[in-house]
Design a protein around this ligand. Structure first.
Ligand SMILES: NC(=O)c1ccc[n+]([C@@H]2O[C@H](COP(=O)([O-])OP(=O)(O)OC[C@H]3O[C@@H](n4cnc5c(N)ncnc54)[C@H](O)[C@@H]3O)[C@@H](O)[C@H]2O)c1
Length: 456
């Protein structure tokens, strides 16, 4: 790399140096593909740092909402979108604008299909949309969670089908006929206000060291720390390890919860006591199952890939089995609790509190509440739900409930009120006082003594 100073003419710089110069000068244009829970906050972070940011999305509702300065994510106020627009942010579904971007960051969904296999169709579609517009010196970053090998074996070959015949940089020297590719996993934890987004270190694995360096330059402008690793596959695997660790530990406490309930021991008290150990223990909490776009899905990206190597990821399978069984356990426990009151689940009127997959967020994806509702309905219960974050629950990837939010009143008329998501806004004392029977799957009623409460 040539040493740069204020007088170095820009035309003397190679593509990597020019890229770094633009990032430093904030003239680099950042394109983010996928304006969802990951992409939109990322766009706002870059915009706060005075980059010109363009958000690309195929969803016309999102593009229109952002264009008029609106927001569709509860925790992102409209004023933040409007401030970004004042800094040059725009949203579009026209992918020709990709050619103008210096860095393109892909944040599209990576779900599982009906057979529990990775569905990479969104990444493939995005790569096909980018390829015609790829240009030399551009940095393409994949952030979507996926199995090791996706960046190199799936994304790069599609991008290399670009009309200019440009190749992804693989060797050590900067070249003016190549583009750069990086995998850098998103690590956001929605609803977790204890760590600022800036303080979550960003892992970066480039196809070559220059790509890793360029990724570092981009992310260092919005994150306090970046962690370079030797290859995209290492970064891909890092993200999976983090989520598998979580999935396995949640399964462990879910299993121990079922044992503790049988033994008459409060698992939450146990976990809180264990968490006082200053080393070697990290608390995870049981619940009615797992939800969100990450923990229920990501581990299976690895177990699918592992089969290619004749390898069975037994921890993942076991954790998946336990976590998936939790909604069934909750419904069985509810039936048993009603039975003790000489009532049946069939015909019972049930109010489910909280349908979001975790507290205080507006995200329904893979929520165990949806499975619980379906199981209750299948058993003949008359189910209503209340959730301040959802006025309506329609059709999703795996459910079609078509239910409207029910006001939180007249709780005494339900045979049973089930706390599935422990939103902070609920007054649990009042809920217990007014209800006939409360099924608490989250320890939301801790400290409240009442025979009406069944913890499960
Ligand atoms: N949500 C999280 O908390 C979280 C955390 C860490 C990692 N991730 C990972 O980040 C990725 C994105 O997740 P998300 O939660 O933001 O998803 P999301 O569904 O909220 O957003 C994805 C966006 O991509 C858009 N999109 C789909 N196909 C597109 C295409 N071809 N071109 C342009 N836009 C397209 C969708 O319209 C949507 O707006 C996933 O791989 C996920 O596993 C998510």
């Amino acid at each position: 790399m040539v040493a740069m100073n204020a007088t170095t003419p820009l035309s003397n710089l190679n593509s990597a140096e020019l890229f770094n110069h633009k990032v430093e000068a904030r003239t680099a244009k950042i394109g983010i593909i996928g304006m969802g829970y990951v992409g939109l906050p990322l766009a706002l972070l870059f915009s706060e740092q005075k980059f010109r940011v363009t958000g690309f999305d195929i969803d016309p509702f999102k593009v229109e909402t952002l264009t008029r300065g609106g927001s569709y994510i509860v925790r992102i106020p409209e004023t933040e979108i409007q401030d970004a627009i004042a800094n040059g942010f725009q949203a579009t579904s026209d992918f020709s604008g990709i050619a103008d971007m210096d860095a393109v960051i892909i944040c599209v969904p990576t779900p599982l299909n009906d057979h529990h296999e990775p569905d990479l169709s969104y990444i493939v579609a995005t790569a096909n949309n980018i390829a015609p517009h790829v240009r030399a010196g551009q940095l393409i970053i994949l952030e979507s969670t996926t199995y090791p090998g996706t960046t190199e074996d799936l994304l790069v070959p599609i991008l290399e089908k670009n009309p200019r015949g440009l190749k992804a940089a693989r060797n050590g020297a900067a070249s003016d006929s190549e583009f750069y590719v990086v995998f850098s996993p998103e690590r956001e934890d929605p609803g977790n206000d204890t760590v600022a987004r800036r303080d979550i270190p960003k892992v970066i694995g480039g196809l070559n060291p220059i790509a890793t360096g360029l990724g570092g330059a981009v992310y260092n402008s919005i994150f306090n720390r970046t962690v370079p690793v030797s290859a995209p596959a290492v970064a891909e695997m890092t993200k999976l390890l983090e989520n598998i660790y979580r999935c396995v530990n949640i399964a462990l406490v879910n299993e121990l919860k079922m044992l503790c309930l049988r033994m008459g021991i409060d698992i939450f008290e146990v976990i809180h006591a264990a968490a006082t150990k200053p080393f070697g223990f990290q608390p995870f909490y049981p619940g009615p199952g797992i939800g969100g776009h990450c923990i229920p899905l990501d581990p299976f990206y690895l177990s699918w890939k592992a089969k290619e190597y004749d390898f069975h990821t037994r921890f993942i399978e076991l954790a998946g089995e336990i976590n998936l069984s939790m909604p069934y356990y909750v419904v069985n426990s509810t039936a048993a609790a009603l039975n003790r009151q000489k009532k049946t689940l069939n015909g019972a009127s049930v109010l489910v509190l909280g349908v979001a997959y975790k507290k205080d967020i507006d995200d329904l994806r893979e929520s165990p509440a949806l499975t619980v509702i379906e199981l209750l309905q299948r058993e003949g219960a008359d189910v209503k739900y209340n959730d301040p974050y959802f006025a309506f629950v329609g059709k999703g990837r795996k459910y079609d409930l078509q239910m409207h939010n029910t006001p939180l009143q007249d709780l005494g008329k339900y045979d049973c009120v089930m706390i599935i998501t422990d939103h902070s806004d609920y007054d649990y004392e009042a809920i217990v006082r007014e209800s006939q029977l409360v099924i608490d799957t989250r320890n939301a009623t801790r400290g409240i003594q009442s025979e009406k409460i069944v913890r499960c």
